[in-house]
Design a protein around this ligand. Structure first.
Ligand SMILES: Nc1ncnc2c1ncn2[C@@H]1O[C@H](COP(=O)(O)OP(=O)(O)OP(=O)(O)O)[C@@H](O)[C@H]1O
Ligand SMILES: [Mg+2]
Length: 350
């Protein structure tokens, strides 16, 4: 019997016994007399009956419906003989007894609905957690698939498209060099063609690197971040620096890729939206946490109350950062005000 080992059970029993003894105390030594006095506007016996609500409510709180009903029934059994056989006004006494028991039953039923409600909330919460886990898994798989696809396209661009363009450019070059007697207009045309092929080749190489910089796999996160910083300078003329705090640590390829994507999106936003003249990326290798922040001195913007509002407008960069960070149990914070620049801070617990 587990209930016997429950201290609440013994406390309720003690309270109940105390109420019962008090209820029949007038019979001891002074048999049959009733204290006619009023206390707080109620007779002493009315107060004694109301007192039974203490163990009843306590029991309903601890042992819920069964406890509340059992204690109410026990109280009825204790109070009924006094009300019917001893009380000078049995009708009133029975009414009060029934009233007290009724309140006890209602409290017990209320505790039952609370238990049911709690069960429903817990079930809904468990369902929500499981849905969130599924969503997280799904997101992880999509991100992985997207990165695989990017890697494949980048490799294809590097191994096939770029090589073909390179060979084409060499052929044009060789043709011009070995045909010195070409009419000037034709030679100029071929030289221009060669220049255009070179430009397309550079674009293809840049696009491939942007999709998946090979240095991320070969040389690691810091090298890839340095490349991002140099790209911002080269493509947008924004003075940019990378600061490294703490001792560099290597993470799993997935983690490094996610951190890289965060900085890449922040840099892209600086290039596209900020009109900044200066930007700085900082990576801090701390004890049990790594923080990356990217800040610019540009025009800034008014942050919406909820980042999800941006995704409804087809702006997926910032919300994408948040989702990627969730995959690492990390967090991202964006601070921006019109005219005050923008800072993106991401932190992961490793
Ligand atoms: N560094 C910044 N400076 C100024 N405004 C910014 C900066 N970063 C973001 N913003 C503002 O926040 C908006 C949302 O950025 P987000 O990266 O989510 O979307 P986007 O860059 O417009 O589109 P996408 O990234 O999906 O191609 C931007 O449209 C821009 O108005
Ligand atoms: Mg963006």
């Amino acid at each position: 019997m587990r209930i016997i080992r429950n201290r609440h059970f013994w406390l309720i029993l003690a309270l109940f016994t105390f109420c019962s003894v008090l209820h029949y105390a007038c019979l001891i030594g002074n048999a049959g007399t009733v204290d006619p006095g009023f206390h707080f506007g109620l007779t002493r016996h009315t107060l004694e009956r109301i007192l039974f609500l203490v163990p009843i409510i306590y029991s309903a709180y601890i042992f819920k419906l069964t406890g509340g009903l059992a204690t109410s029934f026990a109280a009825l059994l204790v109070m009924l003989p006094r009300a019917t056989l001893i009380s000078p006004a049995p009708a009133d006494a029975i009414l009060e007894t029934v009233g007290v028991v009724l309140v006890g039953v209602l409290v017990s039923l209320w505790s039952w609905t609370l238990v049911k409600e709690k069960g429903r909330t817990e079930a809904a919460l468990a369902q929500l957690n499981s849905a969130q886990d599924n969503l997280r898994y799904y997101l992880q798989e999509i991100t992985r698939a997207q990165e695989e696809e990017r890697k494949r396209i980048a490799r294809e661009l590097h191994d096939v498209t770029a090589q073909t363009l390179y060979a084409l450019n060499r052929q044009v070059d060789n043709f011009v060099r070995s045909n010195t007697n070409l009419p000037t207009a034709n030679a100029a045309f071929l030289e221009d063609l060669g220049k255009q092929i070179k430009e397309v080749l550079q674009d293809v190489q840049r696009f491939g690197q942007d999709l998946r910089p090979p240095m991320l796999d070969d040389l690691g996160l810091l090298a890839a971040l340095r490349w991002l910083v140099s790209e911002l300078k080269e493509q947008h003329g924004i003075k940019a620096d990378l600061e490294v705090l703490g001792t560099e640590r290597r993470f799993t390829p997935e983690t490094e890729l996610i951190l890289f994507r965060i900085v890449q999106e922040a840099m892209r936003n600086i290039g596209r939206h900020s009109r900044a003249t200066k930007a700085e990326a900082t990576i801090e290798f701390g004890d049990g946490r790594t923080r990356v922040s990217i800040t610019d001195n540009g025009v800034g913007f008014r942050l919406p109350g909820n980042l999800e509002d941006l995704s409804r407008a087809g702006k997926l960069g910032l919300i994408g950062m948040q989702e990627r960070m969730r995959l690492l149990d990390g967090s991202v914070r964006i601070e921006s005000k019109p005219g005050k620049g923008t800072t993106v801070m991401a932190e992961i617990p490793i």
